[in-house]
Design a protein around this ligand. Structure first.
Ligand SMILES: Nc1ncnc2c1ncn2[C@@H]1O[C@H](COP(=O)(O)OP(=O)(O)OP(=O)(O)O)[C@@H](O)[C@H]1O
Length: 256
């Protein structure tokens, strides 16, 4: 299993006009790898993530999952292959954490949506994995933003897809829980052989925990292992150097 991007152009179409956000993207992510997409505000991280998940169309090029163009899958096929966690608010919060996570099993349930023993087992597994046991019977409206974020990631993990795409999954979390979530995602990628891709502004954590990183910059993009990107000085391209500078020794940005 792999996620292969060939000559991909991402952006927006409005009538006959198209706005290209990034183009000529080429990279391959293998199963068992955790990958972060990083870059400055407005550079195109979410646009790329949504394009990879077929939530918005590519302007050009192709996205292949296990050598098959994602565009050739039906919606139901895609729901078993790609799980997506976006930053949009939940439409209804009047359900329990367990019910929310169980929604992730929808691609596998029958037409009346009843959960099998396998579905229920997976829901229980995810509740334990995400540390949601104490919250499992709480209604979603009773949760803090960080707790809800964990439950939403739980829903996507219950979906059990080969590819999991998450847009800023650690935004509302404190440092401890940011590290905990990213460690959990790393564990899922490594132990269950999944491809997990997420956008983030947490450069330090991503450098420490990811197998690959994709840096989107104003002049182009860089893709590789964090240590390669550090030694090639690619992190220096992320921001103008008047205020912050990347320190290759510690792998962190320092304020000038
Ligand atoms: N629906 C849309 N129509 C047209 N342009 C859009 C749309 N959504 C985003 N853009 C533009 O696309 C560019 C990339 O936006 P995107 O949200 O992908 O950036 P990002 O890197 O995720 O930013 P951030 O770190 O601030 O979340 C921005 O210039 C934005 O204004």
């Amino acid at each position: 299993m792999s996620l292969k991007v060939e000559q991909l152009a991402i952006g927006y179409r409005s009538g006959k006009k198209s706005t290209v956000i990034a183009e000529n993207l080429n990279f391959t992510i293998k199963c068992g790898e955790l990958t972060a997409i990083v870059g400055a505000n407005g550079i195109g991280k979410s646009t790329l993530l949504r394009t990879l998940g077929r939530i918005q169309p590519a302007l050009n090029g192709s996205i292949l999952l296990d050598e098959k163009p994602v565009s050739e899958n039906t919606v139901r096929e895609l729901s078993r292959k790609i799980g997506v966690v976006l930053t949009e608010p939940l439409s209804s919060r009047n359900i329990t954490v367990t019910e929310l996570i169980a929604l992730g099993r929808q691609p596998y349930t029958n037409w009346i949506g009843s959960l099998s023993a396998v579905d229920l087992g997976r829901v229980r597994e995810v509740i334990t994995l995400m540390g949601l046991e104490p919250l499992k019977n709480k209604k979603c409206f009773e949760l803090s933003d960080g707790q809800l974020q964990k439950a939403l990631i739980g829903r996507a993990l219950a979906q059990d897809t080969d590819l999991l795409l998450l847009d800023e999954p650690t935004t509302h979390l404190d440092l401890y829980h940011k590290a905990q979530i990213l460690k959990t995602l790393q564990g899922v990628a490594h132990n269950s052989n999944k491809i997990i891709v997420f956008t983030t502004h947490e450069l330090d954590l991503a450098i420490q925990l990811c197998d690959r990183m994709l840096i989107l910059g104003p002049e182009g993009y860089y893709f590789g292992e964090p240590c390669e990107l550090i030694s090639q000085k690619n992190f220096e391209t992320l921001f103008p150097s008047d205020l912050v500078r990347f320190d290759a020794k510690t792998g962190t940005f320092k304020i000038q």
